[in-house]
Write a protein that binds this ligand. Sequence first.
Ligand code: NAP
Ligand code: MG
Length: 338
Amino acid sequence: MRVFYDKDADLSLLRGKKVAVIGYGSQGHAHALNLKDSQIDVVVGLREGGDSWRKAQAAGLSVASMSEAAGMADFVIVLIPDETIGKVYRESIAPAIREGATLAFAHGFNIHYGQVSPRADLDVVMIAPKAPGHTVRSTYVDGGGVPGLIAVAQDRSGQARDVALAYASAIGCGRSGVIETNFREETETDLFGEQAVLCGGAVELIKAGFDTLVEAGYAPEMAYFECLHELKLIVDLIYEGGIGTMNYGISNNAEFGEYLTGPRIVTAETRAAMKAVLADIQTGEYAKAFILESQAGAPTLQSRRRLTAAHPIETVGAKLRDMMPWIQRTALVDKTRN
Ligand code: NAP
Ligand code: MG
């Protein structure tokens, strides 16, 4: 598989052009600020009266309404929640975006599941950084970049892939490595990874471990450190040097327990469940549930956020983190700014 780096990207494809970043949330603030620092001419397109308008202006960016921004740009990237993109595209972007412009996304969801039918004259691409937006920004500021994926869904100009690669480089991904994929592969693997392993799997594993210890009478503070806090320390080692480096760093006792107990927790049943989850993603069942959830006013998201906030692991965690002020000094998320 070919990996592209900054040396393979031609930033002149974006110089002298205007890039509109629609949205200033997790990904939007990171893309807009990284592009600006890469000397690309950026305008942020937002809905008027929203929180983001003030934040983007406070960061020194030029801000316009979504349709104004889309209408003045050669390259328009849509970085708002997936469930809002179809409507915003139809109402504010499609009527305004210039003929022959590039329409870009950071996730293939809306194109792959047919929620956006792009105008035929546009180039349609994806640049998907493989990290949360706050990390896309913090890594760039530190002089690095997060890995990224690019894909082309529509190539009217014949240059769609090169333009996507230039954009990936401008937001820092070329420092780390850019891989070309397609909208289907990115969408399905991204949804699977976040559901089965990164977010769904990891959070349930943490909570199940915590609950087991607390229900057995151990102190919640102990359970927090063992099942949540230390997970980062372990993942840092895996991230740096793979599973072998992590095993080198832990005790033989911990390593033996890993081999003996890991497969008792992630069992054949878990693997079968993963296959079923993947099938729901491939057939569109998951996408339908998410789109209907949004049309119903997001009742599941709202209830589950409330229930999660009330779980003892969150309340005991907040108290313990207050006693570790250094964690906040390098915080990735500051809700007043990004
Ligand atoms: P997000 O943080 O939830 O987006 C928030 C932004 O969207 C704010 O600027 C908000 O403006 C605006 N917005 C919300 N609802 C809107 C609406 N109905 N109309 C217009 N603007 C609206 O989004 P995100 O998590 O960055 O995700 C953006 C895209 O990147 C998605 O396609 C996602 O799959 C992809 N992606 C995200 C991540 C990640 O780290 N989060 C990683 C990889 C890919 P107001 O302040 O006015 O509400
Ligand atoms: Mg994702």
